[in-house]
Design a protein around this ligand. Sequence first.
Ligand SMILES: [Zn+2]
Length: 155
Amino acid sequence: MSDFYVSLIPTDVNWQPTKEAATEVETYVRRVFPDPDGVQQDVTVEFYDRITVVDAGENIRQITCPRCDQNIPLDWYGDLVEETEGEFDSLIVTVPCCETAVALDTLTFDWPSGFARFEIAVANPARTEYTFTRDEISAVEAILGHQLRQIVAHI
Ligand SMILES: [Zn+2]
């Protein structure tokens, strides 16, 4: 069985909150994502040293280049993530379609994917409304003082 994740990441790939704000967010997320049995789901709040892939995993079916509008082979992206272990100091890569330098976070993924140095994740949410609602995202943004994106992944 594959794992299912919903994550919130900052829109700025390098941005990180204070430890205090992260702790406050974790408390909030555990409250709005109750897990009655305490066994099904896992809430994690992560600080990454380097810019790290937070992608949609198996949900990704198409990646499009912002320069030439051609599709980028999924294998090329998969190999890149494997070689780098999903960690980057710079998101600038030479894409295979048009051989130009493009930032990974400007590629168009058919399913939201991102790159971040901070992530709040709920693995295998126990509640029926399994993604963060717009109001919950706004509440977390208010705690952190930064805009967020939601990533939904099967890994
Ligand atoms: Zn291209």
